[in-house]
Write a protein that binds this ligand. Structure first.
Ligand code: SF4
Length: 433
């Protein structure tokens, strides 16, 4: 069973010593198996996300409930599960491709044929049209995107159905539709003299297929943390303003770097009329930011950066743009997971990096680059609680199902939704910097 000890083992020895000395873990529940959160009655509202940085976010009622993992998988140790996963992979051969997100735990990622961010992985699946089954070791919206982009005869599987994303869940289709209705009432639906629409919807990749489809239907587009500025440029050419969801921080950090003043970026709170804004604030807006955030990246603070600079003079601080604006401003650089990886790989040996992103990825980077000193800005081990739910036990369970001809946990996006979502994704691919 993966536990606090395993989490600590995943770290480089130097980093483990530093972290245990400084902060320990954010939850004793990290010692529990994720299946304990699937038990009926654990939550009246649906499954909890599990221990980790997003554990305090509310899982929506609509969150799919994962059936309780059979006991033989709960009881199996790491060695046994590894052997069973390898045997199932061998039996499936080329009929199977396993995708692993950067934030996934090592004992799962090591079985992946491709490791990357959500969009890299969706594209990686396209390079394997021969594979009947795509097992996505990530979270729900990622599996949906893979299903949208893969061919109809391929089956996408999420090993634990309750591995959602608390940020993606902060913008549901009904709330966005309600927001859109209010904006249409305020701005009208006619373009201005320059042919620009009143509002262009932009959704971050970390959103449900329904919201990607919403963007496809309303002249909007999808963005990733790598191409958010290019996508905003695309949207500003076509619209007087942008509605950006669900991550306020990526929207704010990107638009600010492009010169949009903060006072022209009101926030939309879906629980309030006009999102909690006056009509004038919305009329003056250039980017309307949805009230969403990533609980993992929200943990990073300016104090942590100051401490890293005090402890390691000359340290290079790189953070993800899902971090709050003061943290991005105080860092040396901000960029996507891919940017962070490349920056570290290109650095002179002996460099020191303080990184503001998910702990599994930071620990892996530290292990891959012993020539550098790399540590997580947050001294507390606090992984993404939704990624935590993909445990080798679930991976073995779905893989052995496939070998036996049983498809478990298939993620299927309705064909109308998929076709509208594809429009928004294709606009993103066509948008050039
Ligand atoms: S790290 Fe944040 S944005 Fe990424 S899956 Fe976890 S909760 Fe969602």
């Amino acid at each position: 069973m993966t536990s606090i000890n395993t989490a600590i083992q995943l770290m480089s020895r130097q980093d483990a010593e530093r972290s245990s000395a400084r902060g320990g873990t954010c939850s004793p529940d990290l010692a529990r198996g994720p299946w304990e959160f699937d038990m009926p009655g654990v939550s009246n509202q649906g499954p909890d996300y599990g221990p980790g940085a997003s554990m305090t976010d509310t899982a929506p009622v609509s969150t799919p409930r994962q059936e309780v993992l059979p006991e033989e998988y709960q009881r199996a140790g790491e060695v046994e599960l590894e052997a069973r996963i390898l045997a199932a992979k061998e039996a499936m051969g080329e009929r199977l491709v396993i995708l692993g997100h950067f934030y996934q735990r090592d004992e799962v990622v090591k079985h992946a044929d491709f490791v990357g961010d959500s969009f890299q992985l969706a594209n990686a699946a396209l390079t394997r049209p021969d594979a009947e089954a795509i097992v996505f070791c990530g979270v729900h919206f990622m599996a949906e995107t893979a299903d949208i982009l893969s061919s109809p005869d391929q089956t996408v599987i999420l090993p634990n159905l309750a591995a959602g994303c608390s940020m993606a869940d902060m913008a549901d289709a009904d709330s966005v539709a309600d927001c859109w209705e209010q904006l249409e009432e305020l701005f009208g639906t006619e373009p201005d003299d320059a042919g620009r629409q009143p509002v262009i919807p932009v959704t971050y990749m970390n959103s449900s297929a329904a919201l990607k489809a919403f963007c496809g239907r309303h002249g909007g587009i999808v963005c990733t943390s790598s191409n958010a500025a290019t996508v905003l440029d695309w949207a500003f050419e076509r619209g007087q303003r942008v509605l950006f969801f669900p991550d306020q921080h990526l929207g704010r950090n990107t638009a600010k770097a492009m010169g949009v003043p903060l006072e022209r970026m009101p926030m939309w709170n879906p629980r309030k009329v006009l999102g909690g804004n006056t009509e004038q604030e919305l009329l003056d807006s250039q980017v309307i930011l949805w009230h969403g955030f990533c609980s993992v990246h929200k943990r990073f603070t300016v104090n942590q950066i100051e401490k890293a600079r005090a402890d390691y003079p000359g340290v290079r601080v790189i953070v993800h743009p899902e971090c709050p604006m003061p943290v991005v401003d105080a860092a040396d650089e901000a960029g996507s997971t891919d940017y962070i990886r490349k920056a570290i790989a290109a650095a002179e040996p002996g460099s020191v990096f303080a990184v503001g992103t998910e702990i599994n990825m930071v620990n892996r980077l530290a292990a891959e680059h012993p020539e550098h000193t790399i540590f997580c800005l947050d001294p507390v081990i606090c992984p993404c609680s939704t990624m935590y739910r993909i445990h080798p036990g679930y991976l073995a369970w779905v893989l052995e199902g496939l070998v036996a001809g049983v498809v478990r946990n298939q993620i299927g996006v309705d064909s109308d939704v998929a076709s509208d979502a594809r429009v928004a994704l294709e606009r993103m691919l066509a948008a050039k910097p």
